[in-house]
Design a protein around this ligand. Structure first.
Ligand code: FAD
Length: 553
């Protein structure tokens, strides 16, 4: 790859920075803090105007985390842990954003963050051993190391709807919700998308809107949150916080799920039901950890799926509607499950309707609303009478993200060989989700082929930050300046992650884990499914064995 014309290094001079970090979400903030503590010269470049990442951008009504706040929080500083009171079992976006802001202020991080600036291009100069980082303001800076803390769910997908710009009403994306909020009172609102953001938005706005029309392509399995005040949980957690954190670090999911030890396929139906009932009553994502074989055995998976469908049928009065809201086309937990607070009950409201996009796909958007057409026997494509216009005042796009690789391939990254986009055209290739061969001194936090989105991200973020920090310390201590994933180690790791995924039902879903929500994106299961604790042991083992599989110079 040819170097960028503006990327000429300053021969003989030191790079502008020891480390440049891209992104000021929870990953970037902790990374900056750790490096500064150790005396590295580090700086963050962040596209947004404030810290918080996911929780800065996603301000839609009802936005909240689906991991309990006592666990979806930093563990690195016991004082921080003790001083921050999470008000709800599952924190809502404003509280999560306030927490990120508190962290930035508490550790004085803002002085080393450049806001409102997007990194567009990275050029590696092998001779000088540094990256040139070019930003959208036309400036460029050099750094010996670059750490991409760019987020797994930070680039919204942009599905093409013909005529969207003709729409006379308002259009909002959940992931770019206006900071000042939107008054939807009495309005006719259309929501496209029924993943996690869609579910949360729909549930939150249903009580205030005039009419709500939900456009669903794929229904979601959702378990109840049983959200509520958190004082008791927090007090209990504070009595044994270090034990909770240690357990999470070594667990499969990165949070305190009791892992089922039995096979569902061998468990008597009554007993299985009791276990599911208990987990349903507890609420949250631990539902899918009830039995060992839910993600491995299609029969077991179907039993768990049917349990959830039963629950949906019990909540939705109209049986036909309940059927439409019941997922049938993919195994339960092969897409990230949703955690809901009265989502299905919304459909019992007379002013709420559902459009199943499998029966009536969106044909176009007009000045007045969304036009769908009937498919199959009932409709002949293109005939006017097959079509239906759903008039609305507001369209909400809850259409997801270009997950895991989107923010990385959005940048033009040029290392020693093909660009990152070229290299990853057939799916991401990394060693441990931390580095990719051909891109020396470039680290990724929660990159593809690490547990990342299959886990409590806070646990995975902290682990990667600690791992990268330890690696940089190792380089410094040994007078080394260059680190790169070895191609063979990378090949082995990619094969390992693919093999592990292939032993599960995960690749059967057309999910964002597979890149299936982005037209043209290679379908490959992107995260490491072997579990957070196992991954940690592997990562620690590699570091202890003098960074086995990495080339250091
Ligand atoms: P992000 O928070 O995404 O931050 C990345 C930052 O990098 C962003 O601010 C972005 O602007 C910036 N950036 C990206 N590219 C560039 C560039 N080229 N130049 C400059 N800046 C750039 N995870 C859980 O574990 N539990 C949950 O309950 C949960 N709920 C979620 C709910 C929603 C709605 C979403 C979208 C995600 C959720 N996640 C959840 C995942 C969440 O993304 C992570 O938990 C975590 O916040 C990620 O932190 P991060 O710092 O890695 O990335």
């Amino acid at each position: 790859a040819a170097p960028h014309p503006d990327a000429a290094p300053h021969p003989g001079t030191a790079p502008d920075h020891d480390v440049l970090i891209i992104g000021a979400g929870f990953a970037g903030l902790y990374q900056l803090h750790r490096l500064r503590e150790l005396g590295h010269d580090a700086r963050i470049i962040e596209a947004g105007d404030d810290v918080g990442g996911t929780w800065y951008w996603n301000r839609y009504p009802g936005a909240r985390c689906d991991i309990e706040s006592v666990e979806y929080s930093y563990s690195f500083d016991p004082e921080l842990q003790d001083e921050w009171d999470w008000s709800e079992r599952y924190a809502a976006q404003p509280e999560l954003l306030a927490y990120a802001q508190h962290v930035a202020d508490r550790y004085g991080l803002r002085e080393d963050i450049t806001f409102g600036t997007r990194v567009e291009r990275l050029d590696w100069d092998d001779e000088a051993g540094r990256w040139t980082v070019t930003t959208d303001d036309g400036a460029s800076r050099t750094a010996r190391y670059v750490i991409a803390a760019t987020g797994c769910l930070s680039v919204p997908s942009r599905p093409e709807f013909e005529g969207l710009t003709d729409f006379a009403g308002e259009v909002y994306r959940t992931s770019r919700w206006p900071h000042e909020g939107v008054d939807l009172t009495g309005k006719r609102v259309a929501v496209i998308g029924t993943g996690s953001s869609g579910l949360q938005t729909i549930t939150a706005i249903a009580p205030v809107v005039g009419e709500l029309t939900v456009f669903q392509r794929t229904p979601s399995y959702a378990v109840p949150a049983h959200n509520g005040p958190n004082a008791q949980r927090l007090a209990d957690a504070r009595k044994r916080y270090s034990e909770i954190r240690e357990h999470s670090r070594m667990s499969r999911t990165g949070f305190g799920c009791p892992e089922g030890t039995l096979l569902l396929a061998d468990t008597p139906a009554e007993e299985a039901r009791r276990e599911f009932d208990t987990r349903w009553a507890d609420g949250g994502l631990c539902f899918s950890s009830a039995f060992k074989d839910i993600l491995r055995d299609a029969r077991a998976n179907e039993i768990a799926a049917e349990y959830v469908r039963d629950r949906i049928r019990a909540k939705v009065e109209d049986p036909q509607l309940a059927e439409k809201l019941s997922p049938r086309t993919y195994p339960i937990a092969s897409k990230r499950m949703c955690v809901d607070t009265g989502y299905f009950e919304v459909y019992n409201q007379p002013n709420v309707s559902l459009v199943d996009l499998n029966e009536q796909p969106i044909r176009r958007i007009t000045e007045r609303g969304i036009v769908t057409g009937v498919t199959g026997e009932a409709g002949k494509a293109g005939e006017a009478d097959d079509e239906r216009e759903h008039a609305c005042d507001v369209i909400v796009l809850a259409t997801g993200f270009d997950a895991m690789t989107g923010a990385l391939t959005a940048m033009d990254i040029r290392g020693t060989g093909p660009t990152l986009r070229e290299k990853w055209a057939h799916g991401p290739r990394t060693y441990l989700g931390l580095m990719s061969a051909g891109f020396p001194n470039l680290f990724t936090i929660t990159g593809p082929q690490s547990p990342s989105v299959l886990s409590n991200m806070m646990t995975s973020i902290e682990y990667h930050v600690d791992w990268i920090t330890r690696a940089l310390e190792h380089l410094r201590a040994h007078g080394l300046h260059r680190m790169e994933a070895a191609p063979e180690a990378e090949d082995n790791w990619v094969n390992t992650t693919n093999d592990l995924a292939a032993r599960t039902l995960m690749p059967q879903a057309a999910s964002w884990y597979m890149g299936a929500n982005i037209p043209g994106k290679q379908r490959v299961f992107m995260p490491f499914i072997g579990g957070v604790g196992t991954y940690r042991q592997i990562g620690d083992g590699v570091a202890t064995a003098h960074y086995h599989g990495f080339e250091l110079a």
